[in-house]
Design a protein around this ligand. Structure first.
Ligand code: BEZ
Length: 214
């Protein structure tokens, strides 16, 4: 689709900046992002069942995200009054408080800027998008889920740790990698480096695929 209403940021792009009305007040992404990772995620609508389970999942992982220097930022195309009523209702019913800010994107500007509005799925509700944005404001990972399938919190956490581990150690993470598993070291770029690798104690599947423990 060529409609500029529906372009979306790609991996490696600078996350488009915006100012937003949220449940903690006005917020600018670039300021919120300063020195932190940000997970920006959309949900289709307040007071809906799957969304309630997802937002509860994010809220319950508050300590995990804080430990990983990551701030959460929710979004939907609902009003701030709706957000506040929903947050309050869930808190009163379950004791879980959505402390992270939730954007009220009534004019759909941010949803369109981030490709969260996918008209084949819905013209009026954002799909379930997840953007992992690094402290330099770069989009590092995208996930998009339809309205009727909830996201996987375990995978969101795994992907965040994998990105941070990869950055910190200049390595890559293989299929189904979990924290504590071996990581993939970059392939040698010279014959000399290859010779060194052959003599090393790396776990070598082949010269270009070698693993080490961190
Ligand atoms: C839900 O969160 O349950 C939901 C929201 C919008 C459409 C379908 C399901």
């Amino acid at each position: 689709m060529e409609d500029s209403n529906y372009i979306m940021p790609r991996i490696g792009d600078q996350a488009p900046d915006f100012k937003a009305t949220t449940t903690i007040g006005e917020l600018t992404l670039s300021e919120y992002n300063k020195d932190h990772w940000v997970i920006l995620f959309s949900h289709p609508a307040d007071f809906t069942p799957v969304c309630t389970t997802e937002m509860t999942g994010f809220a319950l992982e508050k300590d995990f995200f804080a430990q990983h220097n990551t701030k959460l930022l929710g979004l939907s195309i609902d009003s701030i009054h709706s957000h506040i009523a929903w947050v309050n209702a869930v808190h009163e019913k379950t004791g879980v408080l959505f402390e992270f800010p939730i954007i009220a994107d009534l004019d759909m500007k941010i949803s369109k800027l981030y490709g969260m509005l996918q008209p084949g799925e819905s013209e009026t509700a954002a799909v379930r998008a997840v953007f992992i944005i690094d402290p330099k404001g770069k989009v590092r990972l995208l996930m998009y889920y339809p309205l009727n399938v909830g996201r996987n919190m375990d995978e969101i956490k795994r992907a965040l740790i994998a990105l941070q581990t990869s950055d910190d150690n200049k390595v890559a993470c293989p299929l189904d990698w979990r924290p504590g598993d071996k990581v993939i070291v970059p392939a040698p770029k010279t014959i000399e480096a290859l010779t060194e690798r052959k003599a090393s104690d790396l776990e070598m599947v082949d010269w270009y695929l070698a693993k080490k423990s961190l």
